[in-house]
Design a protein around this ligand. Structure first.
Ligand code: TIU
Length: 226
């Protein structure tokens, strides 16, 4: 047992680091760099870059403390067989899922845009979960991977706060995980949604989880990061 107490809202949370995983949600070129899925939807993708450095620092500390680190990627098979028509036909993007763009086919596994950004590249041995939906549990082995390692607590980072981070936190909360969300390690194309999403997590006594920041987690892990 390596129990630490993380400063958080609505109250501090004590977690056993041996039962805690760091989850990096969809820090992919398709969302963060120009020419990908996020840009095709008309978003200013530069807004997401604010999360990169806090994520990098938290990732380094989590690795030093020996936490399980899991990365996720949203995307689909090249034949689109795992992409619902309702998702493919939605809206009026400049490029649809599966269309060819400057980083390859939009949101397709194996294409350059689907890759994680170089700043947050996984290390050998860190699981990467490919997910067809917004939540990390839907149609993946994420839950099995966590329960197999005895994980009870998740530190959830990534993009975007109100879409894939929120969906994953809601899924995890219903499955009994305690979720800590470091605010500066998440970002949205809509700053107001970022703030509202975090407010929703910590309202009502922490209805979905706890909100902290990178420094809060890094400081708590300090005794275990030589
Ligand atoms: N990863 C994730 O959040 N997927 C999205 O589609 N997010 C948007 O905000 N569009």
């Amino acid at each position: 047992m390596r129990v630490v107490t993380v400063t958080a809202e609505p109250q501090a949370l004590s977690v056993d680091l041996d039962r805690t995983a760091l989850v990096m949600i969809d820090m992919q070129r398709d969302f963060i760099e120009p020419g990908g899925f996020g840009a095709s939807l008309g978003n200013d993708v530069s807004l997401l870059r604010a999360a990169i450095d806090p994520c990098r620092q938290l990732l380094a500390a989590a690795r030093a403390a020996g936490l399980l680190v899991v990365h996720t990627r949203e995307g689909h098979r090249p034949d689109l067989s795992d992409a619902p028509r309702a998702k493919l036909e939605r809206g009026a993007p400049s490029l649809r899922i599966g269309d060819s763009g400057p980083m390859g086919r939009i949101l397709i596994r194996g294409e350059p845009g689907h890759d994680l950004i170089p700043e947050l590249r996984p290390r050998d041995g860190e699981p990467v979960v490919d997910k067809p939906g917004k939540g990390a549990f839907y149609a993946t082995d994420f839950g099995a991977l966590l329960s197999g390692r005895g994980i009870e607590n998740l530190i959830v980072c990534g993009v975007t706060t109100e879409v894939c981070v929120h969906t994953t936190v809601r899924e995890a909360n219903d499955r009994g995980y305690r979720c800590l969300v470091p605010a500066d390690c998440c970002a949205s194309y809509f700053p107001a949604f970022h703030h509202s999403a975090l407010a929703m997590i910590k309202a009502q006594g922490g209805i979905f989880g706890w909100v902290t920041d990178a420094a809060g987690v890094i400081n708590a892990m300090n005794p275990f990061t030589p």
